[in-house]
Design a protein around this ligand. Structure first.
Ligand code: ZN
Length: 189
């Protein structure tokens, strides 16, 4: 699949919109992105994760782990594509913990799967968790890297696409100045 074809899938599912948006941060942008809007369609989730899993064809992986909540579907689909088990870490007081009876054996080869990285904090927490439990992180796969190259780990991560999201202060927003109507697609109301 080409980069354009992948972007098309995100656009068709409305996970990626072009226009004039007010983000949760209050900043304005010409793009809106919400991975869950693609992942709500299991066939599309499978399709993009099969594509991401191809990048790990040469890596020996025993288990996929993903951080709750955003990573869960990606972890599940990556596990399916790689034919290994998929587990997840729960978030408790902003820490990641392994619950529900999930365990690693010593030295187990683990792939971390996540939907989106922006600053990479959640992936780093997952790396730390896996290592603290005596397993080995052998790869990191994310659907969308929004970090603009800012998120780095001591194991290189692979992404399906890199997405630049320009943001503007409302006072300086050219789209506002042009009188474009603004949408708030991420709002809870
Ligand atoms: Zn604006």
């Amino acid at each position: 699949m080409t980069n354009e074809e992948i972007i098309k899938i995100f656009q068709n599912s409305k996970a990626l919109l072009e226009g004039h948006f007010k983000l949760r941060s209050g900043l304005h942008s010409n793009r809106f992105f919400q991975a869950a809007l693609l992942l709500q369609y299991p066939n599309l989730a499978e399709q993009v994760c099969v594509e991401l899993a191809k990048q790990f064809a040469d890596v020996k992986i025993e288990t996929v782990i993903s951080p709750a909540v955003g990573g869960l579907i990606v972890g599940q689909e990556m596990g399916r594509a790689l034919k290994v088990r998929a587990i997840f870490a729960d978030k408790v007081n902003d820490e990641l913990v392994l619950k529900r009876g999930f365990k690693f054996k010593p030295g187990e080869k683990v792939l971390i799967a996540e939907d989106v990285i922006t600053r990479g904090g959640r992936v780093q927490q997952t790396i730390d968790l896996v290592r603290s439990l005596g397993a080995e992180v052998v790869g990191i796969g994310v659907l969308v890297d929004r970090s603009g190259g800012q998120a780095t780990f001591d194991i290189p991560h692979k992404s399906l696409i890199k997405l630049e999201l320009e943001t503007y202060n409302p006072a300086e927003c050219a789209l506002c100045k042009a009188g474009l109507q603004i949408d708030t697609p991420g709002s809870k109301s």
